[in-house]
Every structure is written in C-alpha cells, then in structure tokens.
Ligand binder design. Structure first.
Ligand code: C2E
Ligand code: CA
Ligand code: CA
Length: 760
C-alpha cells in the first residue's frame, strides 16, 4: 500500500494534524479534481477517529482520489523503487500492469519505455537513462511524443528521500496554446501590414494629382486629401473628418472656388448626385476660371468617393486644338475648313431668298514683299491685311485666309449686287492704304473676284471656283480692281488653255516675229535706238500683240525660250544697223530668276557680232523687287561689258528711288500713263518734271514713252526729257520697214506748225 503516504498520514495523525496542504501539493495539478468531499471527510476522520480506522479510511480515500485523477501520479522511494502509481500513469505510458507494482525499479520502467519507440528524438529527461543520477532533482518539463501527444511532467523530491512525479496529457491545451500563439502572430502580422498599408495609403492619397474625398451615407466626410483642400483653396486646418457635405460646400464658396450657382443650389445638385447612388462624371466650371471634373462613385454602404480632377489645362489645349483646326495660325482668321462650313450654312439660307456673295482676294505681287523684305515682314503684312479686312466687313460676314496671300470673304444678306461691289471697293481701298512695317513703307494692292449666290453657284466649291475666275479677270484687268463672275469667263478660261497649247507650238512653228519702234533724240530728232517688240502671227487669230500672250508665257515658263529667241533674233538683225543706232530689248522678270541671263546675252552678242555698246536691255521695277543682290550683280556684269540697262515704265510701279541709288541705270523710260496726261494734268506734269530732273541730275538719259501729240512733245521737251518714243514718230513697224527708216541716213523728225514732219 501507499506506504509513504500512509506514513505521512500516520505521522500527521499522531502529531494531531494531517498535512492536507502537503498532500494537495503532491497531487498539485489535480487539486480541482480532488473529491473535495473526500478531503473534508479525511479531515474529519483525522480529527476524530482512531489511527487505524483513520488510516484505512485515508487509504480508501486516497485510492479513490488517485484513481480518478486526470494526471498520472507515481511515487518512488529513496532506492528508486516504485511506491505507488495510478491508473492514469499506466494509461499515458502504456505500462503493463506487472511493471507497475510497488517495488519495481525505476530503471526497469525507463528500459520498458525505451523499447516503446514513442520518442521522436531523445526520450524526456524523466525517462532518460543518463538522467538517473539526477532523478531526485525538481523539474518541470513538457514532452512531445512522436504520436503528437504532449505530456507535462512535474517531479518533486520527497522529504524522506524518493520523489513523486505527476504526468498530465496537455496535448489539447498545448494545441490550443499553439493555435492562440499562431493567431496572435497572425494578428500581429496583420497589424503590421495594416500599419504599412495605412502609411502607403496616406502617401498615395496625398500625392494624387486629383483631389479625393470620401463621404459616408450621412454625407459626413470620412477622409479627404491635401490636393482636395488645395484645389478649393480651403484654409489649412478648417476641414476635418465628420464635417458634412453642406459645410464643405460652404467652405468652398467662402474660398471663392465655386460654380456660378448659389451655394444652396450647388449643394442640392451634389446631394442629388449622392442620393442617386450612381456613378457620374460632372464637369464644373469654377468662378476662378478653373474647370474641374468630379468623378463620383457610390460605395455599397451608401457613402461615396469623389475624385476632383483639374482639367483646366486639358480643356484649354482641346479648345486650342479645335481652334487651330478651324483657324489660320498666323492671322487667327477662320481657315478653309471653317470657311466651307460657314459657306454651306449661308448657302442653306439662300433657299429662303437670301443673297450672298463670295469675294476671293489675292494680294497683288505679294511674293515681291516676301522676296525683298523677308518672310517675317510678309507675315506681319498679312496680319495687318487680316485686321483691315475684319474692319471692312460686318459681324455677320466671314473673313478667312485660305492660302498664302489669298483671303475669302463671305458677305451675307445682300440686297443686290451693288452691295457686293461696295464691299469690294471698301476692301480694295482698305488694303491699298500704305503699310509701315519695321521701318519699311509698303504699298500693296489686291484683286477681287466676286461670285454671287444663288445665281453663280449652288455649292460652296462652285462659288469659290467662279469667284476665282472673276479674280483671274481682275488680275488681267491690271489688278487692284474687282470683277464679278460671268459665264463668259468660263469660255475665256477655256480659250486660255487653248492659247497656252498654241503658244508652246508657236516657237517651233516660227510664228513669232519682231517689230521695231524707233526712239528719237531731242532736240536733234534723230533715231538713237529702236525697241524690239514681239508679235505673234497666230495661224487662226491673226497678229497678236504681246499683252495678249506675254503674261501667259510668263505664267507657263515659256517666256524663257521666247525671251532668248527675241534677244538672239534682235541682235542678229540689229548687227546690220548703223553703229549709232542702238537696239533696245525688253526682258521679263522671270528671265532674271530662272536663267543665266548674262551668258545668254553674251552668247547672243557673240553669235550676231553686235557690239555690246549697241545693246540696251529694258527691265521693269518688278525685276528689282525680287532677288535684289543677284539682280544687281547681273546688271553690273552686263554693264561692265558695255551693255546699257534701262528702267522701263518708270513711275507705274513702286518707283523706289533707292533703286536709282543702288544701280546707275543708263536710261529711265517714263511710263506712258504720265505722258498721256502731261498736258492737262498738273500732277502728271509734276511727276514727269521730277523724274526728268532726277535723270538729268544723275546724268541718265530720260525717255518719254507713248508720245502721240505735238503738245505732249513740247511739254516733255520743256520738262527736260531727252528722248521720245511714240506714235507721233512711228509705231512699231516690221523689220523691213524699220530698215527703210534707218536707211534715210540720219532720219530725223522736226516739229512742224501743225504736226510732225519727217525729213530725209
Ligand atoms: P513697253 O515695253 O512699254 O513697250 C511699249 C509699248 O507701247 C508697245 O506696245 C508699243 O506699241 C506701245 N506704244 C508705243 N508708242 C505708243 C503710243 O504713242 N501710244 C500708245 N498708246 N502706245 C504706244 P506693245 O508692242 O503692244 O508691247 C506691249 C508690252 O509688251 C511692252 O511694253 C513690253 O512690256 C511687252 N513686250 C513687248 N515685246 C516684248 C518682248 O520681246 N519681251 C518682253 N519680255 N516683253 C515684251
Ligand atoms: Ca519697253
Ligand atoms: Ca515701256
């Protein structure tokens, strides 16, 4: 029997007190499991009964208590022999009953356990053979067996030697602990994750380019970012979570970043968006000119998030792109796309009886401005022209730029064609006014072609085409004028293309011939030179004057071979003239642009044998407008070999005196428009006088062209002209006829009483 306990209890009984505390300590972990009633009874017995009875009763109680304990209990004496053990002890380790009898040596038990193979690694200290010397040590250990069972073992030494061990299966408890630990770790990891997320969220939120706010279903702010506060100019610190939408709208109004609604109306609008529980994107224009797009997204719980995007810049760029697509970048006028839109719109109204006019404008000789003064000045000029045009029309009209120097005006609501004529006149005079750009005085004209709807066309394209034909006519009419479209222009255009084809053929077919007009010196009346003037003997249309084909030859480039033919042919012919008579040949501006003129002239002189001193080249001022430097170099080269250079039609064009300064011309030919009026217009006379004075002052020959009357002759002589050319003396005549004139050696004209006599 449980001797030790029995002894203890006996001792305790003899001493008058059973050490219950000691007993409970021995079975410490199972105190709860003790049958409290038994313990109480034990006390009573100890206190009252005889020792033997008491002892027997104690043993029973102890047996019962030990048998029902959830712990395994084993007690060993000082010689390491088992004193007692309970059922649970056997169960936990699977000891066979024959081993668990008092007196079994502890090493025997250890040996048995080692055969059971229950240890994943080393056996626990309790059953480790090496721990035998330490068997009396107090210890508390927990062992995990290979089958997963976990046992907590407590060992306590006894006062009389030996020890008591308790063994508790804590598998469930440990598993629970492990689970709790795991959960705890998980929670800790989640917390850390959450903290990191929070930081990241904060960074993301406050670095968004959009303003962000999050409201709950009661319209209370949960969170907003700095950008939101910044976008609405809300003072720092005045916004905080929990504020209502209404309060935040008021803050925005107080800060002045709000739409053109009352704060009440705006709040109601936003409230409705929130209440609708639908995603929405709204563009709101703010009083400070900013445009915000509010992306509203409802949340499942009835709140919402809204991102506020500042799209001001994007809207501006879009507007700019849209504007550029329809406007000319230089002048900011509508471009062709916008023009055609407007034209279609206006044309629709013509079915209601409205009359509209399309004016096509082309600046006269604009290219010269670009070529001589440079593109920046050309651009500046176009801008001013655009401005003048805008001022010349009414608001209901449209001015557009459709090309380099091409403008189109749509004039609406005309009462009749005279309205269109009036506008064209206004436009021409507006554009003709002088321009002052970067210190340059510029004068430019414009030609206008007009087509009127519905009469001249039903579609925009047709109207523009017809206005173009009218424009072509204006240019043909000497520019700086306007023309209305007429059906005949179509035929004229067709004729022109036929003529161009004929012109190409004419040179090969030798249909050109040269006529010569004498130029007479004053006061001697002698022929000093003859001007070669080309004619075209057209097989069907008869003899054509140069004005009817030279412009066409210039446009088509045929002027180059034609001009070269004139120079070669005239030089060849003039080689037979007296040395005192010069040959004067007209050159087109294109000949300066496109060919090596000097070489051509030198070759013609060489081929004909005409001396360079006998040749005079007539150029117009337009030659000087383009490519000034190169042109002056050409003049210089020609002059250096003895060729004379005359400036033709002087006074009719730009007449810049600077040309006279840059180059020493040999001859100035005063345009016949001044000569025509010289006897009855004081202005013309003054101009003639001035030109003659300049020429004489510079020692340049001054020739008056188109002299037809005695009066003109007299006046021109009085004003200082040294040479004259005109019907008064002779028209241009054939080669044979000019030879006859020249053969009267020293043929000369003198002024008679009633006209001019030609004397031999
Ligand atoms: P232009 O150089 O001014 O030539 C003078 C023009 O005036 C000639 O016309 C001549 O016939 C005309 N004319 C002469 N005297 C009088 C007069 O008293 N009264 C009137 N009303 N007119 C007079 P044309 O021959 O018809 O030549 C016209 C223009 O054609 C010339 O003007 C010249 O610029 C150009 N041209 C003629 N031949 C050539 C040529 O071979 N090459 C080039 N590039 N141009 C030429
Ligand atoms: Ca001429
Ligand atoms: Ca002339």
């Amino acid at each position: 029997m449980h001797k030790l306990l029995a002894r203890q209890i006996a001792d305790a009984a003899q001493g008058g007190a059973l050490d219950i505390t000691r007993l409970t300590e021995l079975v410490s972990n199972s105190y709860d499991e003790f049958d409290q009633e038994s313990v109480r009874r034990a006390r009573e017995i100890v206190a009252s009964g005889t020792a033997t009875e008491k002892l027997a009763e104690q043993n029973r109680i102890l047996d019962a208590a030990l048998a029902h304990m959830v712990q395994g209990v084993a007690i060993f004496d000082a010689e390491q022999r088992l004193v007692m053990s309970n059922k649970r002890y056997a169960e936990i380790y699977g000891f066979p009953p024959h081993l668990l009898v008092p007196g079994t040596n502890w090493p025997e038990l250890v040996a048995f356990l080692l055969t059971q193979n229950r240890y994943a690694g080393e056996p626990p200290e309790e059953f480790h053979p090496d721990s035998l010397p330490n068997a009396f040590r107090v210890s508390d250990t927990v062992h995990r067996f290979s089958d997963g069972q976990i046992v907590a073992i407590a060992r306590r030494a006894m006062p009389y030697g030996g020890w008591v061990t308790t063994h508790e299966d804590v598998t469930d408890r440990e598993q629970l602990h492990a689970q709790l630990r795991e959960q705890h770790e998980l929670v800790k990891a989640q917390e850390a994750e959450l903290r990191l997320r929070n930081v990241q969220f904060d960074i993301a939120l406050n670095n968004m380019t959009e303003g962000f706010c999050f409201f709950d279903k009661y319209e209370r702010l949960i969170i907003c970012n700095n950008r939101f506060v910044e976008m609405y100019n809300i003072p720092a610190g005045s916004i905080r979570p929990g504020m209502t939408l209404r309060e935040i709208v008021d803050l925005r109004y107080a800060a002045g970043v709000c739409p053109a609604l009352t704060s009440e109306d705006y709040y109601i609008a936003r409230h409705r968006v929130g209440a609708a529980q639908l995603p929405s994107d709204t563009e709101v224009e703010m009083s400070n000119g900013k445009v915000f797009e509010i992306h509203h997204r409802p949340m499942p719980d009835g709140g919402w998030v809204a991102t506020h995007e500042d799209i001001t810049q994007r809207r501006r760029v879009e507007a700019k792109i849209a504007h550029l697509a329809h406007h000319d970048a230089l002048t900011n006028l509508p471009n062709r796309v916008r023009l055609m839109d407007r034209l279609e719109g206006a044309l629709q109204r013509t079915s209601d009886g409205e009359m509209i006019a399309v004016h096509l404008l082309d600046l006269d000789h604009f290219k010269n401005v670009n070529d001589t003064l440079g593109h920046p000045i050309g651009d500046e000029l176009l801008k001013i022209v655009a401005n003048r045009l805008k001022h010349a029309v009414r608001d209901i009209d449209t001015v557009s730029r459709t090309g380099g120097d091409e403008f189109v005006i749509i004039q609406t609501a005309l009462t009749d064609c005279s309205d269109a004529a009036l506008l064209a006149e206004r436009v021409i005079s507006a554009i003709s006014a002088p321009y002052e750009i970067a210190g340059h005085q510029i004068i430019i004209g414009t030609s206008v072609g007009i087509a009127v709807a519905p009469a001249d066309g039903e579609t925009g394209d047709e109207l523009i085409q017809n206005a173009d034909l009218a424009l072509y006519r204006s240019k043909g009419d000497g520019r700086n004028t306007y023309s209305f479209f007429a059906r005949e222009l179509r035929t004229a255009l067709q004729l022109r293309s036929v003529l161009e084809a004929d012109l190409r053929h004419a040179l090969v077919a030798r249909e050109f011939e040269l006529h010569y007009q004498p130029i007479v010196q004053m006061p001697s009346g002698k022929i000093t030179s003859c001007e070669a003037l080309v004619r075209w003997r057209h097989p069907q249309r008869g003899m054509l004057a140069p004005d009817s084909f030279i412009p066409l030859a210039e446009e088509s480039g045929l002027i180059l071979p034609l001009g070269e033919w004139v120079v070669r042919e005239a030089c060849k012919f003039a080689a037979s003239w007296p040395d005192s008579v010069k040959l004067s040949v007209n050159l087109s501006p294109n000949q300066f642009r496109n060919s090596d003129l000097c070489e051509m002239v030198v070759a013609a002189l060489a081929a004909s044998g005409l001396s360079p001193e006998q040749l005079q080249l007539e150029i117009t001022e337009t030659v000087l407008l383009t490519n000034n430097e190169a042109t002056l170099a050409t003049f210089n080269r020609l002059q250096s070999i003895g060729v004379c250079i005359a400036i033709d039609d002087f006074g009719a064009g730009y007449s810049s005196l600077s040309y006279l300064q840059k180059f020493r011309f040999d001859n100035i030919k005063i345009d016949r428009s001044f000569v025509k009026d010289v006897t009855h217009s004081a202005a013309s006379r003054s101009i003639v006088r001035a030109i003659a004075a300049i020429a004489n002052g510079l020692g340049i020959v001054c020739t008056a062209e188109g002299v037809e009357t005695d009066e003109q002759w007299c006046t021109l002589v009085e004003e200082g002209c040294s040479e004259m050319q005109g019907y008064l003396f002779s028209p241009a005549v054939s080669a044979a006829q000019i030879l006859k004139l020249l053969r009267y050696d020293g043929a000369q004209w003198t002024r008679g009483a009633r006209g001019t006599d030609r004397r031999a």
